[in-house]
Design a protein around this ligand. Sequence first.
Ligand code: ARG
Length: 476
Amino acid sequence: MKLWGGRFTKPTNKLVDEYTASISFDQKLAAFDVQGSLAHVDMLAKCDIISREDSTTIAKGLKVVANKISNGEAELTQENEDIHMNIEKLLLDEVGAVGGKLHTGRSRNDQVALDMRLYLRDALVTITQLLDELQHALYQQATANLDTVLPGYTHLQRAQPVLFAHHMLAYVFMFQRDMERIIDSWKRVNRSPLGAGALAGTSFPIDRHYVADQLEFDSVIENSLDAVSDRDFVVEFLADAALITTHLSRLSEELVQWSSAEFNFIELDDTFCTGSSMMPQKKNPDVPELVRGKTGRVVGHLMGMLTTLKGLPLAYNKDMQEDKEGMFDTVETLKGALALFAPMIESMEVKKDNMYEAVAKDYSNATDLADYLVGKNMPFREAHAVVGETVLYSIEQQKYLLDLSLAEFQQFSDAIEADIYDVLAPKAVVNARNVAGGTAKNRVEEQLKQAETLFASNQAWISKKAALLEELTIEN
Ligand code: ARG
């Protein structure tokens, strides 16, 4: 008989069992479900709702069940629908009827909301750890490339030279905002819904704050209806994840371009590439391509969750069981991508000479010629026109600006003097951008320092939260 079978006269249709069961995926929550139950049952004894003896028996039984599940000894069944009822059933098998006291003052509705939050809390810490590793890999490439000049692009047309360190740091700061969003979301995830019961609270004299403390939550959710019915913390996580994968996808696209023969700016390490079954010469950047591709599923999960919630009346509805697979898949997808990205970035070869060549054989110093003329008191608009003509002339002559003789320059403006050759040299062009956040070497070094400060504060947060979760696992 089902745990809720009392009111029924017939067994459930087999297809209904199959259709409504969530055990195939929510078994991922097993350890968190037990963690929540241990705190709950301890509280029931503390509040004299059940005896301490019963509480201890149940807690021991729960630990045995948790072990059996984790080493594959326990049988999880569709008849028992979800992880919550499977665990309760296994507990009953383990300790007998007293196990039936566990669910006093609790509903699966507050229980599942709790499990989701415990799971996500864990995932947030792992994701910040992986983001931190990626930021360090990018940072390390930046420090190794403080003198590497490459064309910066707009419209994928060579625009102005930048330092490769500057380019890497752009991603460091992007991932920093991702890191900060994840960290900030913690305070909305880390609140306890337990005690909300099915929707209205419970008639037992429970202590919600005690349970919240045991589980290291910052506070309890104020309103029981809200506690069991919202999944905004899942939406928020999926949105943060969608941005992370979008950032990863942009970096992926650059890696794919840069490793093409057309760019030839980097070479990904052999250990991160794959070959072709037909074309023996191929070395494909499959990892960044697949990361770029998987952005679709994460963005899809965000849309899915928003759509599932849209129009749901309060409080719990079975629709909400759909909150899990997208979240689990997003966590796995992100973990997979981030874990690969850090070592892939760290091990890639940066072809400094090719990058430099692309700057030298180009007109990306044209702005500097215009700025030079502005320095000689020519209005910028006029200087822009003069340089446009100079570039056109150079193209026709099949020369770059630095190939022009002084006489050729002076055809366009007699304000141009011999010092122009120093001004237009790639490194000079880079170092001229000496503005906060600019690509001049000293400004990039400034950004490295700023990144270090941010890393230190990230790490302080990460180690504090990791220790908190660690302690919780040991206690149980
Ligand atoms: N498996 C359910 C879910 O994931 C657990 C909560 C079910 N509650 C209920 N009253 N049917 O949402």
